[in-house]
Design a protein around this ligand. Structure first.
Ligand code: F6R
Length: 366
């Protein structure tokens, strides 16, 4: 059932090229320049007239929501708030019938997310679900939705659910951007073409596995790790840290790279591995200067870089390459090596990768 892999988690990491393709199949029609999503199409007015989108989720799904915030605001020019479902539901939040709430959940059973949806509905908001499990409680409770077609995710640490959630949310953002006229035709077409290339690029990123395993060997005995990223890749830093924590039990924190100097930099010494997402895009120079700051404090730098990068290579202790893509799509690639790193470290430390202590696949109690 593990299809020849040692663990479900590894199998699911390797399934991502297919899972992403299955998620956009029938929706992304790049040649025709169309995104077909009935759940969005049938409620277009709700989305287009919304004052804002509120995304509610927990854990990894919340990280996918953060990536979506960048995409929706950047490409569709719709204001977005991303909320931990557990905080949102107890905060007496301001919700009106001009709000659209998007609930993201792999299992579709997370108690806090379900409660947040019920609250939003009571206040008249339109609620849209992004779930993986068909017919789950959240899928049934929402007004409309779009499934991720990741297939069953058995490993407790979420991997393919995350990348397929980002895929669905990207499709929604692009579709709304097009409807609103927030994106030019040529840009829209370019995004569709680039999204269609992602599965092959994920396969390419997976080819670094042997190299990533060697990097894992070097850092498996660390007791603390930092993960840094900017822009679209800030949520990827959070997700990288979460993956390491939950399966290897190594303490890790994700930070926006520029926040480092407001505190975490005090932690940096030669014992501290710092994983930096430094792909060649928007904030590249800024990330390079963050790397210099770490280096001058003797921190160990492991950088995720764009294929062919030379600048970061000169500074970092280790680099792991991913193919080039649009900045907005880069989380789909930069996440891959961080998943593999956590996996290999956990295996080397003899941890129960698929069923980490204290964790459950679906959190049906608050
Ligand atoms: C992380 C993880 C959890 C879940 C969270 C939400 O790897 O598995 O953080 O992401 O419990 O679960 P869903 O998406 O099922 O609502």
């Amino acid at each position: 059932e593990k299809g020849g892999y040692d663990h479900f988690m590894l199998k699911e990491i390797y399934e991502q090229p297919h899972a992403i393709k299955d998620t956009y199949r029938g929706r992304l029609l790049a040649k025709d320049g169309i995104i077909r999503m009935a759940g969005v199409e049938n409620h277009k007015e709700k989305f287009l007239n919304a004052n804002r989108i509120i995304i509610v989720a927990c854990g990894t799904s919340w990280h996918a929501g953060l990536v979506a915030e960048y995409i929706f605001e950047d490409i569709a020019r719709i204001p977005v708030e991303v909320e931990y479902a557990s905080e949102f539901r107890y905060r007496n939040p301001v919700i009106t019938n001009k709000d659209v709430v998007i609930a993201i959940s792999q299992s579709g059973e997370t108690a806090d997310t379900l409660a947040a949806i019920k609250l939003a509905k009571q206040h008249g908001a339109f609620v849209f679900g992004v779930c993986n499990v068909v017919g789950s409680s959240i899928a049934r409770e929402t007004d409309a939705g779009a499934y991720t077609h990741a297939g069953p995710e058995i490993g407790v640490a979420s991997t393919k659910a995350f990348t397929t959630q980002i895929t669905v949310l990207t499709l929604i953002a692009l579709k709304l951007a097009k409807e609103k006229g927030a994106i030019s035709n040529s840009d829209f077409h370019y995004h569709l073409e680039q999204l269609e290339l992602i599965p092959d690029k994920v396969s390419k990123a997976l080819e670094s596995d042997t190299h990533i395993k060697a990097v894992a060997e070097t850092y498996k005995d660390a007791t603390n790790c930092l993960y840094l990223g900017r822009g679209y890749n800030f949520p990827v830093a959070l997700e990288g840290a979460l993956k390491l924590k939950e399966i290897s039990y190594i303490h890790a924190e994700g930070y926006p790279a520029a926040e480092m100097k407001h505190g975490p930099i005090a932690l940096i010494d030669e014992q501290m591995p710092v994983f930096v997402i430094a792909t060649k895009m928007g904030h590249y120079e800024k990330v390079v200067s963050n790397i210099q700051e770490i280096k001058s404090r003797k921190g160990k730098i492991i950088a995720i870089v764009t294929e062919g990068d030379t600048d970061v290579k000169k500074l970092a202790d280790h680099t792991i390459e991913v193919p080039e893509t649009l900045e907005s799509l880069s989380p789909l690639l930069t996440t891959i090596p961080l998943q593999l790193l956590s996996y290999h470290i956990a295996v080397m430390l003899n941890k129960n990768v698929d069923q980490p202590r204290n964790l459950a696949k679906s959190v049906t109690v608050e």
